[in-house]
Each structure stands twice: as structure tokens, then as C-alpha cells.
Design a protein around this ligand. Structure first.
Ligand code: TYM
Length: 332
């Protein structure tokens, strides 16, 4: 049986990278009729300092964004991670099957922990184990994500394998990453070699899902380009141009080659105008629906409550089975 699980952290604004690399594909998968579970991963969000008010706002904003992008709560489960206790409980069990050597290889920890590893938090270090619990706790088979999450999915496969071997079982399926389309690694608009990210200091580096048409237009106009004439797709030597071409291709559901064919002879500023018009056309219905949903969060609350109930039902059943495999008893 195919089951999809994916999630997004409620930390700051969702951006075009989240949309093209992940959420847009989640909508497509839902339409294929597969069982889909999408989480607002707030336990992950507290692995770096975040103010309670900011976290709360971000949780509602992510929920609003998922609904506005087309995730239908009647078809898919949308829930807040902390509402399902099994995530934390399974993370502990899995952490007892994860060698430190595997965690030491994780590039995200290396990047986020900075120079002073001694001060880095245990939660940040254990982050990939919690992520494994998120997916394995539903026995999910496929995980649609952007390219930056690939290493975490490889690790969760290793952890699933270690668990299965330890108990001579084939309990956990090994989840497959689904890295789909041309927007799987959207880069910063200020630096074509850096990933577009919620945590980048410069708001000009990303298109937020909350940006209005004017902001989108301004950001694309100011996006870094190069001084070479015309448009060509050369990711190694022209990373900024390649990024804008990739974004265009992803939004237009076409290939970078087709974009270059159409705009190759034109200058950057014409191309940027066309790109911003395309982005505005696709993003503004999402932005306005998000705004509507945020005006009264009672609908979002209802969606999250129902989602948590459905997710809990599945996860609690599997957690009990896992506890039995491990040798815990369930006093009747
Ligand atoms: P997060 O919140 O950083 O990002 C959510 C999704 O957006 C994708 N993404 C991008 N795709 C293309 N270009 C970009 N610049 C870009 N930036 C982000 C991410 O790949 C991701 O798919 N650890 C996860 C959240 C998580 C999770 C999970 C995901 C927690 N548990 C279980 C899948 C399964 C994260 O921080 O995503």
C-alpha cells in the first residue's frame, strides 16, 4: 500500500522554494487519490530558539498556506505534530537504534550548529531521528520533499533497516523520497549558490507566500543577475540565471530548455517581467485565500483538530505494535 507523509516546519514565512519543492507536489499526489498525511512540524521548529508568539502565528500561517495551496482537509490529513504524542515516543525508541556516527554525518546539523558545537542543543542533533519517527510512525512509503531533505530520508531508511534487523522483522517499509519537478532546489534571489530559505536575513532573497504582487515584482526586479548578454542555462557558470530559469520552468510546468528557447534572445529585464507576471498569476490566489483564512482561525482550528484525531488513530495503533515488537507490555 502506498502512503505519503511529509511536513513543513512552522518557522518564519513559507516561500516559493517550499511551494515548488514540496507543497505543490503534495497537492498533485493528493489528487492522484493516494492516502496523504501532511504535518506542521512544530516539534522540529523548537530545535532552534523561537518565541512562543512567533511559533503560534507560524503554525496558523502554515496551516492556512497548505489549505490555500490546495491541500483538501477532506482528502488529506493536515495536523500539528505535537498533537500526536506517538511522534515523540517513537523518536525515543528509534534513537535507541541510531548510532552517533550516522548523526555526525548530517550536513544540516553541521550547518545549523555553527562553530560552537558544545553549545548546540541535543534536540537539533536528534532532529533526524524525530523526522524518521514522523514517517515510520505511519508506515509511510513515500516522502515528497525538496532536494535538501534527501540525506534525512536516507538516514530514516537506515534507521528503519536497523530496527527491522534488530527484531528480525520487516515491520517498517523503507520510505522512498519523491523529489519531483524542476523546483526541487530553488535558490536565493540574492545568491544563486545558496538555497532559498526561511532563515535568510534578507527578505529580498525569497518570495514569501504572503508577498503581494508589488513585493513579488520588486523582488524579481532586484534579483541578482549577471552581466552576460542574453539568457542561457548554465548552472555552473550562471547560477543566478539558471535559478530564475528553473523557477520559470517549474511555474510554467515546462523544462529549462523550453524557457531558454522562448526567452533566449531577450534581455534579463524582459525575462524578469515575464517571470514576475507568471509568479503573481499563480501565487496571488493563494496569498489572498491565506489572508482570508487568517482573519478567523476557527476554521483552521477545526481542520487541525480533525487532522490530529485521524493521525492519532493511525499512529497510536502502530506505536502499540512497535512497543510489542520491542518487548514492552500493555497491561489490560
Ligand atoms: P522545511 O520546513 O525546511 O521545508 C519544507 C519543504 O520545503 C522544501 N524546501 C525547498 N524545496 C526547494 N527549494 C528550496 N529552497 C526549499 N526549501 C525548502 C523542503 O525540502 C521540504 O520538503 N525537516 C523538514 C520538515 C520535516 C519533514 C518530516 C519532512 C519534519 N519531519 C518528515 C518530511 C518528512 C524541514 O525542515 O522542511
Amino acid at each position: 500500500m502506498k502512503r505519503i507523509f511529509s511536513g513543513v516546519q512552522p518557522t518564519g514565512n513559507l516561500h516559493l522554494g517550499n511551494y515548488l519543492g514540496a507543497i505543490r507536489n503534495w497537492v498533485k499526489l493528493q489528487q492522484e487519490g493516494t492516502e496523504c498525511i501532511y504535518g506542521i512540524m512544530n516539534l522540529h521548529a523548537i530545535t532552534v530558539p523561537i518565541a512562543p508568539e512567533a511559533l503560534k502565528k507560524a503554525i496558523y500561517e502554515v496551516a492556512a498556506a497548505l489549505i490555500a495551496c490546495g491541500i483538501d482537509p477532506k482528502k488529506s490529513i493536515i495536523f500539528q505534530q505535537s498533537s500526536v504524542a506517538a511522534h515523540s515516543e517513537l523518536a525515543w525508541i528509534l534513537s535507541c537504534h541510531t548510532p552517533l556516527g550516522w548523526l555526525n554525518r548530517m550536513t544540516q546539523f553541521k550547518e545549523k550548529s555553527g562553530k560552537h558545537k558544545e553549545n548546540a542543543l541535543l534536540g537539533l542533533y536528534g532532529y533526524p531521528v524525530l523526522m524518521a519517527a514522523d514517517v515510520l510512525g505511519y508506515k509511510a512509503t513515500h516522502v515528497p520533499v525538496g532536494e535538501d531533505q534527501k540525506q534525512h530520508i536516507e538516514l530514516m531508511r537506515d534507521i528503519a533497516g536497523a530496527f527491522n534487523r534488530a527484531y528480525s522483522s520487516d515491520y517498517f517499509p523503507l520510505p522512498e523520497p519523491l523529489i519531483l519537478g524542476t523546483g526541487t532546489r530553488v535558490m536565493s534571489l540574492r545568491d544563486g549558490t545558496k538555497k532559498m530559505s526561511k532563515s535568510d536575513e534578507s527578505d529580498y532573497s525569497r518570495i514569501n507566500l504572503t508577498d503581494d504582487a508589488e513585493a513579488i515584482d520588486l523582488k524579481f526586479r532586484k534579483a541578482k543577475s549577471d552581466t552576460m548578454e542574453g539568457l542561457s542555462y548554465e548552472p555552473e557558470t550562471r547560477p543566478e540565471a539558471a535559478n530564475l530559469i528553473n523557477i520559470f520552468a517549474a511555474l510554467a510546468n515546462t523544462t529549462p530548455e523550453a524557457v531558454v528557447k522562448e526567452y533566449g534572445g531577450r534581455n534579463f529585464s524582459d525575462f524578469k517581467k515575464a517571470l514576475s507576471a507568471l509568479a503573481i498569476e499563480q501565487l496571488s490566489p493563494i496569498t489572498s485565500l491565506m489572508r482570508e483564512l487568517m482573519k478567523d482561525v476557527s476554521y483552521i482550528d477545526a481542520v487541525l483538530k480533525e487532522g490530529a484525531e485521524k493521525a492519532n488513530k493511525l499512529a497510536a495503533k502502530y506505536l502499540k505494535e512497535i512497543q510489542e515488537i520491542v518487548g514492552f507490555v500493555t497491561p489490560e
